[in-house]
Design a protein around this ligand. Sequence first.
Ligand code: AMP
Length: 399
Amino acid sequence: MELLNIKNLDLVEKKVFIRCDFNVPMDEFGNISDDRRIRAALSTINFCLDQDCAVILASHLGRPKGQVVEKYSLIPVARRLQQLLKREVTLAGDVVGPDAIEKASKLEKHKILLLENLRFEAGETEDDKELSKKLASMAEFYINDAFGVSHRAHSSVHGITKFFDDKHRAAGFLLQREIQFFGKLMKEPTRPFAAIVGGSKVSGKLEALTNLLPRVDKIFIGGGMAFTFLKQMGYNIGSSLVENDLLDDAQHVMDEAKKLGVKFYLPVDVIAAEKFAADAVSKIVTAQEIPDNWMGLDIGPATVRLYREGLNDVQTVLWNGPMGVYEMEKFARGSSKIAHFVADSYATTVVGGGDTADLVQRVGVDEEMSFISTGGGASLELLEGKILPGVESLIILED
Ligand code: AMP
């Protein structure tokens, strides 16, 4: 899938609207605790500035739900952007109100205007046409570089694209990279290709698992979702997380894997705890011996060894979802060991966004991975084989 390329646009001295994803985590004092998403947007912004453009930036932050909520203002983002770009960044007082419209219309080349939080406007998440039209009216060109939100049909990622033709809209560098990476992974991965799939529930990953099955050589299951499979296989899983309504689906996945010759790995031991708590009493037990009322909160050491053996010869690894409750130190070991192993391997290593990206960063191996997606939900939808609403109109149609 090829996308309209920013490099093919005639941007020189034009006014450009760039939809970014500046939805960064903040601490309780409103300080940005991780600015990777802002830094990831810099190459597209700098490219436009190098073309002598006037640049209008827009993003959402948090969920203000259509209200102006002070703690979701983009003031800290404007400040950080200014530091990183080493240029003045003007923050508009609103999104499409008089201040934003006036500042956008007077914006000169090399100047940067950041609109206030798009979700201060209720229409943003409703894909409201009027809002899209107002946003589009500010600029001659539209660039989408907000991969993390491209799976949402929102005004600034979906509706707005209708107001620009193919010579006036394109994907930014970040969006291009994400789509290309996942595209190659799904179409022509270097084999053997393994997927490590974890996280809390089967339901959240069922579509991705189904879509991955015909493409991968091996699947390694971890996290809470493993217990639905183990239960279906007849094990006693105590009070571990389980989705009883998905037992048949779990069986279907295992049957399909067998049919397709995909090696399907499940945990052989777990760290079981008496309760879901950081200070819970815990012990290592085999998958066959989870005591009643105990819950599995991480994969055990034998599983780590087994998964390492299985991963030894793979050339491509896709990892989506932690192996255990990694937020609690006691149940983070399985994820951490797998993270180190994957990071040290010579395979191409691709990490889905969200929790898994957070996990590899905590473990300190993020630099070692080949690619870490900036979007959890969006990358999952790509793995499910979907076309993202924010990407749809940026695809170059083949004759
Ligand atoms: P997801 O959003 O589905 O990728 O799930 C991520 C969450 O799964 C993390 O917050 C983990 O704490 C949680 N998780 C991982 N393993 C388990 C487990 N064995 N039991 C309960 N929750 C888990």
